[in-house]
Structures are given as C-alpha cells and as structure tokens.
Design a protein around this ligand. Structure first.
Ligand SMILES: C[S@@+](CC[C@H](N)C(=O)[O-])C[C@H]1O[C@@H](n2cnc3c(N)ncnc32)[C@H](O)[C@@H]1O
Length: 243
C-alpha cells in the first residue's frame, strides 16, 4: 500500500473528529498516522470482504472511521498500491467505559452512511450483539484474568462459524519493550484521571493457548513497524465452544 494512500486515509479518517475538539482531532491524527495496526488491518486476508463489526474498548471509534475512509478506495487501484478490495464495514457497534470517548465517537461518526451504535458500558457486562468481526484492541489487559476468560468465552459463543476475533495484546514475554509499553498505558490512564491501573498481561503464547482452549484457531499476523511488544492475533472459531 502506497504512502500517498495511507496519508489520504489518515486525513479522511481524522477529519470527522474536528467538531469534537482539538484534542480529539490531534489524538485521532496521531494514532492513525503512527500506529501500525491501522495499515495492517487493510492487508489481504485479515478482515472479511464485508462484515458487521463489534469493537470492544472502542475508544473514540477510530476503527470505524478508518474503515469508512478505506471503503472509498476503488478496488484494484495499482496507482495506490492496492491489488485487492479493501474491507467493507456493513455496521459498527462500539462499546467503551469512558463516556467522553463515546461522546467523541458519536460526534465523529454521526454522518456515517452505515448503522452505527455507540454504548458507554463495561464490555464485560454489555450484551454482545451479532457481529462477523469482534475487535479487542489494546484493552483486554485492563480487566482481571477471570473476566478476560469469561468475555472471550462469550465472544466465542456469539460469533458465527465464519466469524473472526481480532485482538491486539501486549506480549508479556517480550521483556523491556513490553514493560515500557505498559508503562505508557498506565500513564495514559493516569493522565485521564483514572488512577494507576492494575494491568493483567499474558504472553502471546499464553493468549493463543487460552483462545485455543476456548474453541478458536489462532494466527499471529504481521504488523510491520510494530516491534516486539504488541502482537495482532486473528482467532477463528474451530470446535464447538467450551461450555
Ligand atoms: C488503549 S485504549 C484503546 C482504544 C481503541 N481500542 C483503539 O485502539 O483506538 C483502551 C480503551 O479500553 C477502554 N476500556 C478499558 N476497560 C474497559 C472495559 N472493561 N469495558 C469497556 N472499555 C474498556 C478504555 O476506556 C480505553 O478507551
């Protein structure tokens, strides 16, 4: 994918955050531009050609804005370095426990041509609506292990056979880069007035083992430029979910 296309997508996906104020807009631009997750999501084979998204711990809903911007790219445009159709979002449901993030997401996504629902709630307690893709980006380590397991079990039960769960998690086995990355997470929470959080991390191998126990196959996907501390896991239903 060519840099010019990525720049255009950053501009388009961050522009709807302007009405939510300078902080929301600068945050959106910085994250979309600097986080290797977003270009990685557009690589072939990761996301389905079309699907309904459930984004747990959605923050400002950047995933929705990014996919809406990407959907405007013509399929097979060699000039943009795209040889495959980019994933098309059919509906988006975001859940986040921070009311101000949900308020920014609501403002930014108000003009969306697709059905969008945004809920200020604890993902561990919220009902899970039908979805083809469930995302958990940089959020699972905020909840204790038993709640992580219960949520993943509910997601497995809710996902259709051809559904996908996509998680970005820290790899607790990555050593210093992992500790630095978690320090940044804690400082961000502290900066938002949430106190010093207790984080509950696992190694990438530990996350994959848990997912397999719950009835998923797992694949670690490339996120070029991401370093070792964070990994992107694509999990798909295999056997029947454990009861
Ligand atoms: C590091 S941010 C990631 C935001 C978003 N996923 C992204 O990649 O842009 C983590 C988010 O998870 C949310 N969060 C943490 N625990 C949560 C919970 N139990 N239920 C819902 N949201 C939660 C926080 O409010 C925060 O917005």
């Amino acid at each position: 994918m060519k840099a010019a296309l990525l720049h255009r997508l950053v501009d388009q996906a961050s522009a709807p955050y302007r009405p939510a104020g300078p902080w929301a807009w600068h945050f959106a631009r910085g994250k979309l531009k600097g986080d290797p997750l977003f270009p990685a999501l557009l690589e072939p084979g990761l996301l389905p050609a079309a699907g309904r998204y459930l984004d747990l711990g959605c923050g400002q809903g950047l995933l929705a804005s990014w996919l809406l911007a990407a959907a405007g790219t013509p399929p097979h445009s060699p000039a943009a370095g795209v040889a495959h159709p980019l994933p098309r979002m059919l509906a988006y449901h975001g859940v986040d426990m921070q009311a101000h993030s949900i308020a920014h997401a609501r403002q930014a996504l108000a003009g969306s041509p697709l059905p969008v629902k945004l809920e200020a709630d604890d993902m561990c307690a919220a009902a899970l609506p039908p979805a083809d893709v469930v995302t958990l980006f940089d959020v699972l380590h905020y909840v204790p292990p038993a709640a992580q397991e219960a949520l993943l079990h509910r997601i497995r039960t809710a996902l259709p056979g051809d559904g996908r769960l996509l998680m970005r998690v820290g790899d607790a086995a990555a050593g210093l880069p992992h500790h630095l990355s978690r320090l940044v997470d804690s400082l961000v929470v502290l900066g938002h007035g949430g106190g010093w959080p207790r984080l509950h991390c696992r190694s990438a191998a530990g996350w994959c083992a848990l997912l397999r126990e719950l009835g998923f196959s797992t694949e670690i996907r490339d996120m070029p430029g991401a370093g070792f501390a964070n990994v992107l896991i694509l999990a798909r239903p295999t056997s029947n979910p454990t009861s």
